[in-house]
Structures are given as structure tokens and as C-alpha cells.
Write a protein that binds this ligand. Sequence first.
Ligand code: BGC
Length: 752
Amino acid sequence: MKADPNTLSLRQKASLLTGGGFWSTTAVPEAGIDAIVLSDGPHGVRRQKHGTDHLGLEHSEPATCFPPAVAVGSSWDEEVAAKIGAALAKEARALGVDILLGPGVNIKRSPLGGRNFEYYSEDPLLSGRLATAYVKALQAGGVGASVKHFAANDQETDRMVISADVDERTLREIHLSAFERVVTEAGPATVMCSYNRVNGVPASENRRLLTDVLRGEWGYTGAVISDWGAVRARPTALSAGLDLSMPGPGEYATQALVDAVTSGRVEESAVDRAVERVLALVDAAPHEAAAPDLDAHHALARELAAECAVLLKNARGVLPLDRPASVLVVGEFATAPRYQGGGSSHVNATRVDVPLEFIEAHAATRGTRVTYARGFDTRDEDGAALREAAVRAAGEAEVVVVFAGNPEAEESEGFDRERIELPPSQVRLIKEVAAVAARTVVVLANGGVVSLEEWHDDVDAILEGFLLGQGGGAAIADLLFGEADPSGRLAETIPHRLQDTPTYLSFPGEQGHVRYSEGVMVGYRHYGTIDAPVRYPFGHGLGYTEYEVSDMRVRVDGPAGASVEVTVTNTGVRSGKYVVQVYVSTQAGPVRRPERALAAFTKVRVEPGRATRVRLELDRRAFAYWDVPLARWVVPEGTYVVQVGENAATVLHEQAVHLEGDGVEPPLSLQANVGEWLAHPAAGPPLRARIGSLMARSGSDLDDDGDEMRTVASMPMNQILNLTGGAIDGDWLLSLLGASPTSTDEQEGTHS
Ligand code: BGC
């Protein structure tokens, strides 16, 4: 039954705007309004029926732990995200969950970000497209999404109070962009505001973000909910556009709203609007469904995990393992895998695949002998005895596979990481094993990027698993033995050193503020623009077959759009998937553009010896920048180099095209400098003529390259008007702005 808000009292309405419990909205039984259930989280359903917390400490019902966002980002595959969304919808419904609290689309501005494992990428297009696919599939299954954490919540240090101080262009191009895409393309049921402040204003009270941008500009019609405990001043948050404050119960917040309306500080119509949005969620809540096939979901988790791992290095073709006589498996994570991060997204997995068991199973069918040495203990940083035993055994095996990674205690919601190196005991183990082993393969488990520097050159192969969910152990074994082909690509750059990262000096901020001083130059945009070397670039990833990319054609479609086609040929002998990455490089427009930015991508399967023609559309956003004075996206006229890259650092083919652009001219004011006025197509020529004649009168020439002219060009126009004592008239100048570009020297008649 649809509830009628008009039949509700002010108190009843206010009570609907805060949670009724930790994970539910408020029910008003006398009005026939039920409560709905919200639960974490992005990669699995964390339904707590008994005991409640948002830190992942209490028990939750068993559910499939799919690959977390860090892995999905590396799949570069919308189908992976969509399959997870669809499966989660089934599990959520079976567990009585109406809104699932995810996905997280914050941008990884530093590798130290404590929740990087919950986010997709350092690139907003990749993040936005994957999240859009996830939300569409989740909601098609009847369960509402909650896109979070809106906005600029890119660190855990002081996350409840820190002010992310971000300039407008950076916000739009980098930190709001993925939200914008999901909101406009997938219509998520809810958007969750973050804890932090954005340019000084708490996200929960940020009218500009929650109302002007989200609803006004992006046309959002769903409900804005708070992160758990993010609301401080309930009436202020409501006025800013926050509909539902979580968690509850919230008698205090309800009373505050009632008082604010009664005293006239808040319009009752604002309450009514928020109530309608919350009731729309209640009305849309799905019916509980039968329990899904958890075995099938586990198999899916394993299949998808294999799509996400990234083969970083494969020297001497050591992978896939080709029937070696013996394999020594080393490392605690081979028997106790790390497959998800800590905190509110922590899922109580239905089961967990143990890598060693699956390696043994694959090895058994190949006549390969497998032995195991623990090598290190995450709780004992010394672990000399374990290391020495592993090194002794390493000399005898044909191949050693070391499972290394970040200890669970180092990666969780609530704090940032302090380093990007692996624990010293593991680094030492890898080096000592590699020194005696015939072949060494390292398999990594980590939620945030780790440095490979100290040991990269000592080993033959590196398979970066990040955190792969509960099927990751089997997936890794499948990949090692070539039962699956690695097809993941890095969704974030692996730097040489933390000091090289663009946020090294500003993360995590000080005295309550974190200044986004890198601007739009996040991740690969930074390294590419300053031409700095990295260990592995964004987009890097190897497979077990070879590809050739050829016959690039770019077609301009209108003033601000294009499409690109390439042929991908599998020149190897195994089937595989290839990620076509299209970047745009330009210096068009008045702002500093990154050396290149991802503009489109797709993942295609190509059979050996076969070729496929791939076409990708580049919409106007692929060429646009955010113009601050105009407060809009602008595609300036100019040259755009469309590049097909093996990754963000290696361009395979490129083609320059000329785009007419939007034809948007920034309005000139008398504060603009003379150079800008001279460059204006309509005002420039008559102004030039006027200055020329004034100079001629004083016996000098107008020399564009002369020092005098250079000095004049950098002066604000109104200063020149004063200096010339009225010889150039401000009104005349402003009148030229609307004139046709050919009109010239009409001022001569009026002023000479
Ligand atoms: C987290 C959210 C989460 C919520 C509920 C908060 O601490 O930031 O991501 O959805 O708790 O558990």
C-alpha cells in the first residue's frame, strides 16, 4: 500500500527521516508504513540480524564474498561488475535487505588510502563505468544501491572531520565525475554522503553538493542518506538536502526537526519532500526471495576473481606452470588467504578457497609434486626460523611460488596505511628464496598498491591478486596452471617510491585540512604529465597470449565527438581477453590538461589466430574540461590526439583530429588582461587598430613581439583604460564583445 504523507503528523514525518534502528528505517504501523533494511556492503551482503555495528566487528549472516572493488577495478570489465551486482541482489533479497550500501566510487588519490580496497581506481571514468554497471544490475534485481561516499572522502585519517580542500575543476573532473556518471546513467536509489567536510562544509550539510549539484545539475530524484553517524545538525542537514539520517533510533534528531519546523527555522515543505523520497524507497522495497544457489555464487566468485588478477611480470615464460616436476609453495597467505579488507565491508564468507589446496589439485593431474613452507608469520615480524626453512626447501624445487602481501591488520577502514612496502620479513624472504630457487613466482595479496622495488628484479613472475574474494584461492591456482588466462589491468599506478606519488606532500593533510594540491593530476595523469618513470603504469597487465593492435581509424562525429576503431588480433596460441584502452591527449583550452586521460575502454575475448574489429565512441566528455568561470564543461576548439595505449605510458597508435568544439567563449570582463582582449575574435581586431593608432600618434609602432607590447598584454584592461585617460572607452570595448568578428574601427570616429 502506498502511504500518503498528507495523513501523517509532523512528528511522524520527522521520525521517518532518521533510522528506526541501526540497519532500518522507521516504521509507522498506524499509517501502514513499513521499515526497510539497509546493509553493507559493496562486495557481499553483511546482514547483521543480531548485534549491530558499522565496523565489521559483529557477526553477520553468511554471504558470498565477491571480489572487492580493488579487484573489480582491475578487471576493466563492466560485465564483472554487473554479474556481481546481479548476484548480490539475489542474496540481499534472500536476507531481507532492501538497500545495499555500495558501491564506493571515491578516487584513489594516494596509495596510502586506508579504504582503497573498497574503491575501484585512480581514474574516474573506469570507476564510474564499473559502478554504473554494478548499480544497474543490482537494481534490476530489485535491490536499491547506495553510491558512496559523496564526496572527496579519500582518506581515513580524521575522516569524520577533515576538510578536503579541493578546487572546483578538480572536484568536477576527478572527484565528482564517477558519482555524476552513476547518478545520471544508473539512477541509484540512494546516494550516501560522506563524513568529511568539503571545502570546510560537512558533506551532510553541504547544500551545494547535495542539492545544487546532485539534484539541480544531475537531475537526481532518489534519496540522500547519511553515512552512519555523519549528521551533526539534523535541521541543517535537511535544509542542505539530506533526506535520511542513519543510523537510528533517532529520537533526538526527530525532536530537533520538529522544533526547527515549529519555530520556523525549517519549512515543513522541506520535511515533506524528504519524506516522499524515503517513502519512495519503502514503496520500492522488494519482496523477500528464496535463498539463491550459494554454490553457484561461489563458482561465480571464483570465475570473476580470475578476471581481476593482474599478471605484472612473466620473465622466461615461467607462467603458466607447465608440468614442473616440483613446486614449493611458500607463505602464510597460501593457507590462510587474504581476500577482503577490514571494516564495514567485511563479509562473513560462505566458504573460502585455500590456494594451496587448489594448487595441489591442479598439480595432482599433472604429476607435479607440491610441498609447502610457511616462510613468515604475519604476527611475528622476525620469523627467522620459518624463513630459513623455506629458503632451504627453495633450492630443491623446480618452481617456488611465494604468497606474500599486506597483513590484514594493516588494511582496514578507520586508518590509512603508513607505508607501501611489504613487511620487511616478507621482503627478506622473497629475496633469499629467489637467490636459491631455479624459478620464483610471487603472488600478491593486498588491498592497496605495494612497492615491488626491493625484490622485483630478483623474481621471474609477479601475479598481483589484490583482494579477490572468497573464490580467489582457486582462481589464483587456475591462473598459475593456465586453466584461466590473466586479463586484469592495473586500475592504479604502481610507483617506484611513495615520494613519487602526486599526493606525497599533501596526504593526509594537517590541522584539519587536506589540500588537494595535485589538482586534476591524480595517478597516471601526474606521471604522464611530468614524464616520470613508474614501476608499472596504470593499464598495465600481461596475459598468456600475444596481441597485435592495428588499423586505427578515428572519425570525427560533430563538433565535440569522435569514434575510434581498431583491430585486435590474437597472434598467440591461447584464447585470451584484451583490454582496448583509448586515451585523449590535448592542450586545447585555457587550462593545463593532463598529458593523456582515459577516454574509453572495452575488454574483448579473441581466439588464437582470430581478429576482431572494435569500435569505441568518444562522447564530448572525453574532450571536455571543467571551465571554472563559465561553471560548465567546455570542449574548446583545437587539436585532440586520440591514442590507443597498451597502458597509460605506452601509446601503440595515435591520430590527431581537429574538433570545432562547443564554440563557447568565456565572457571577457574589463578585469581580463589586454592579451585576452586582443585574442578575442570580435573585440581583438578593433582594439588592436585603436592601440595601433594611439601608439602611432606618440611616434611608436605596434610591435606584437616587442617588450612594450608584452608588458601591456599582461595588464588588466581597466588599468589600461585609466592610463589612456579615456582614449579607449570601456563601454565601447564591452559593446564589441557581441559584434561580428569583422567589424573594426568604429571608435576612431567617436573619439579621435
Ligand atoms: C562506512 C560506510 C558504511 C557504514 C555502515 C560507515 O562507517 O563509512 O561505508 O556503509 O558505516 O556500516
